[in-house]
Design a protein around this ligand. Sequence first.
Ligand SMILES: [Zn+2]
Length: 316
Amino acid sequence: MLEKVYVGVDIGGTAMKLGICNANGELLHVFEGPTETDQGTDRILGNIVKYARQVVAESPFEWEHVAGVGVGIPGFMDFEKGLIKSASNLPLNNVPLKDFLQSELGKPVRINNDANVAALGEAWGGAGRGVSSVVCYTLGTGVGGGIVVGGRLIEGFTGMAGELGHMAIIPDLEAIQCGCGKMGCLETVSSATGILRMARDAVGRGDRTSLAELETLTAKDVIDAAKNGDEVAQRIVNRAAYYIGKSMAVVAIVVNPARFIVGGGVSKAGEFLLSQIREAFYKFAQDRATEGVDIVAAALGNNAGIVGAAGLMRDL
Ligand SMILES: [Zn+2]
């Protein structure tokens, strides 16, 4: 009998990353090629087909081994129909991607958004391996999220389940407007963008901080300064961590996951950040919703997307 493998495709604005996973969520082979976004819709679609065949051709597997192809895309889509409604920074709006790829590749195809797919990747083959219910936070430019319960991705009625960055958790008096148009979303504070904004505000106010001496400022600078004892930077990082932890207490009472996984660029702060998140989580969460629950760092880094995209096909 042929070993079944699953192809995962992670489509970004500049590059497409592809991988082959086995039934245990182990990443066996990877391939990367340019998306060629500036060449338009047809070129991008053609590249997905070309690279999917190429990742298999370069691997020890044959096309017959492939049980299905999963695709993660930044944007909003109808998961059931496999129709991209609007893609972020890619000319793929209103593209029936699933139908197109199924007819071109002759394999079952599923699509989902990049945050959900990254969460599924961590749940299946990363820091959530062996745990059936996990919730992932990705702390990057924004705050992404994904919820896996009983091994299944929770998509919700209109695909909005797991959009954790838009949880309205910042108190009204402190709330600012989010990129989504609403007030007080988690990502206005707990993303790299939020951390940077708070740091610029502090410098602009004239707070005594080493950050004022830097010519260009990044979220990493703020985290490094906090680690080095800068009190203003510490307050900023703690505020970011506090609202992540507080939002987890809310999620814990809704979903009651066994594990929270924290990934994305900001999570490179490591235990320094995680310990502050845990402190807020335990402060606000119900005891029974925290029993045996852990908050850990993501394990797959940039490969979470391809593993999770392959994971969309794992029950075939
Ligand atoms: Zn928002």
